[in-house]
Design a protein around this ligand. Sequence first.
Ligand code: G3I
Length: 374
Amino acid sequence: MGEAKLYRRAFLATSTAAFVGTGPSSSRALAGTDEGNFVSLGKIAARRGMQFGFALNSRRLVNDPRYAAVVAQQATIVVPENALKWAAVHPSPDRFAFTQADTIASFARANGIAMRGHTFCWHRSLPSWVTQTVTRRNAEAVLVDHISRVAGHYKGAIQSWDVANEVINLSDGLPGGWRNSFWYEVLGPSYIEIACRAAREADPAAVLCYNDYGLEGDGVNGANKRAAVFSMLRALRNRGAPIGALGIQSHLRAGRAESFGPGLARFIRDVKGLGLDIYITELDIDDSGLDPATSDGIVAGVYKRYLDLVLETGAVSVVLTWGVWDTPHYTAATPGQNGPMAQRPLLFGPGGSVKDASWAAEHSFARAPLLPPR
Ligand code: G3I
């Protein structure tokens, strides 16, 4: 029996324990060794009725054949990490820059992989021409034009669009917990519905998604944010806005008391009860606070517990990690964003090497409830 299988069996035997001493030495190159029999997470997820994939950087897709090979092997869905944000795709009032996102779209099409779009209404990555020239008078027209052009360009090629991202921010103290963002200032709380209707018009086939972070924690902050998001989604549904899914970003942190738990599972079922699909859209696990010698096992344990918790609801149909393989960088959960970086926050090691977390995900997907065909 290959070392990989022995290794996998060892991992499964102690799947809930932190893997002291497994560390970086546990990763192996993907092709050409025993790890060659590591199966595709996308294929395993598909057997349970789900899609699995990554956020992509279009330049790496072009310049790094190994990166492209790992994505083609492992993913059944991808999303551009930055190429469809306003700053990248609509840098000036009369110019749209589709090249980067087109690269990802043609790669996805060529490999039979679905694609998500991220994002239309967000308080970040807005080019200065928007914040300097868009006012209450022309905001709706500018927003609808942007969505018609961008969603229209990818009509029929996008599985789901993050129509709005990170709209709820309780600390701003606004009614309903809305963030005091640029879009809120110029359009008030109607901007999500305006964006949904414009996206539906431009691409009737795409599922329209609301995406947010900070929904995972079982503490009071997580509970309050989930309540605000639930009320906002229910109100949109009650008004007949064509919203069809919720994206739970899932930027987690290892090495501290587990923050996610039954509250998140209940929330997922409640949102499903509104008739919405549930996606895990930006999964990564900050390990900046861990000892690299033991981090792999600990991170794998968090992946396993989180994926088991959300997949066991039988309501999560899409899972993406925010990147393909490990590189030192700040995840959205890395404290302070100027201290130690996360080192190995993703499911695959450098070059797509298999590590404990790869097996953790394989195990969770393989054991997930079978989802009914959509
Ligand atoms: O493309 C420009 C380049 O031309 C310029 O030379 C360079 C230097 O300023 O900036 C480049 O743009 C950067 C862009 O990433 C592409 O690399 C932006 O400055 C930088 O702010 C942007 O960071 C992205 C960030 O969102 C803001 O859009 C991160 O890569 C991306 O991982 C992060 O992703 C967000 C999700 O969209 C929403 N949820 C949280 C998540 C993590 O923060």
